[in-house]
Write a protein that binds this ligand. Structure first.
Ligand SMILES: [Mg+2]
Length: 342
């Protein structure tokens, strides 16, 4: 069996966690871009006023009551909280992958799922959990009853739910694919069965069409997948706790080498470099810098040294573990090979 864990309205809930006076009020976490602000996450109180993720801030403010809290997203804090949840979950599940900042896939049954939900509740957070015979089923089960859901399906229940599901609700089926399927008369997953395998492959390619065929046949994924590829990171425990710049730098350089290899293998580039410090009291502090877009070839020595310097001003303790993270990953356009031209 598989388990999917999804923290409810994560950013807004994280804000409620560190400022309990926000509980019961409308909480809107906003992101700002050069083009203006937009709602990143809103709690359920806010959803009752029709405020949604992606909505322009001006619009959200019009809808919100006077005592609503509008907060700027604090990504470092959310990442730290996410990391702490991840650490707890890894104690429960042997095989687990983090698929986004607030979602995990794991191998396990109802017992482990219950344990995970309780552990997260002890941290002061609510989540929705799905347990099903496939990864897809577990994800849909977690989505089926939000917030604070706990849904367990057997094979029959899973299949019944998925077959009645609209194709656009299936993770991995994008809007374009859903529209193309709609134009073929396919609205629900069960309608896919009417389509010819050759047609699916021709329209959506070997990979995409193949996935749809499996979906039609009820062969749902049993692979918990790779770690979320929006960011990659690695941590190490230092031989001794220290605040010595040189020791920290040396350890981070080693991690950097590993991480760059992984970045290259993924054929990706990154925008954000983060250095993580875990102190003797197991608190995590992070310092980040954002760039245009850097590949594995970039020389980061100067930046790493600066981030270590800045990081050490955040706390007085010695550092027990260090880590490095490449965030906001983007795929590098694959270079056309000569063979494509001849
Ligand atoms: Mg969530």
């Amino acid at each position: 069996m598989f388990v999917h864990i999804d923290i409810d309205y994560f950013f807004a809930q994280a804000e409620e966690l560190r400022n309990p006076s926000l509980k019961g009020k409308v909480v809107v976490v906003a992101m700002f871009t050069p083009r203006g602000g937009a709602v990143s996450t809103v709690n359920y109180e806010g959803r009752r006023y029709g405020i949604k993720a992606g909505m322009a801030l001006g619009e959200a403010k019009k809808r919100a009551p006077k005592d609503a809290a509008f907060l700027k997203a604090d990504k470092e804090y959310y990442a730290q909280l996410s990391f702490e949840i991840d650490q707890e979950l890894r104690k429960i599940f042997k095989r687990i992958t983090q698929v986004s900042i607030d979602e995990w896939n794991a191998e396990g049954g109802e017992k482990e799922a219950r344990e995970a939900k309780n552990r997260i509740a002890e941290m002061g957070l609510s989540c929705s959990v799905g347990v099903a015979p496939s990864v897809l089923g577990a994800k849909l089960a977690a989505n089926a009853q939000k917030p604070k859901g706990f849904v367990v399906w057997n094979e029959e229940q899973e299949r019944a739910y998925i077959e009645e599901c609209e194709v656009k609700k299936i993770p991995g089926i994008g809007e374009k694919t859903a529209q193309a399927l709609n134009s073929l008369g396919v609205r629900k997953v069960k309608d896919l069965k009417r389509l010819d395998a050759a047609l699916l492959i021709e329209m959506f390619g070997k990979k995409g069409g193949g996935e749809l065929l499996k979906l039609a046949r009820g062969e749902y994924s049993k692979d918990i997948g790779e770690e979320g590829i929006n960011e990659i990171s690695t941590l190490t425990t230092l031989p001794r706790s220290t605040r010595e710049r040189e020791e920290l730098f040396k350890a981070i350089k080693q991690l950097e080498g590993k991480l760059k290899e992984r970045l290259k293998a993924l054929n990706m580039a990154f925008k954000t470099l983060t250095i993580m410090f875990i102190t003797d009291s197991f608190k995590m502090h992070t310092k980040s810098k954002t760039f245009n877009l850097l590949t594995a070839e970039a020389d980061l020595d100067k930046e790493i040294k600066a981030l270590i310097e800045e990081g050490l001003t955040l706390f007085g303790e010695k550092v027990r573990r260090v880590g490095i993270k490449f965030g906001d990953l983007e795929e590098i356009e694959s270079q056309k090979t000569l063979s494509e031209f001849f």
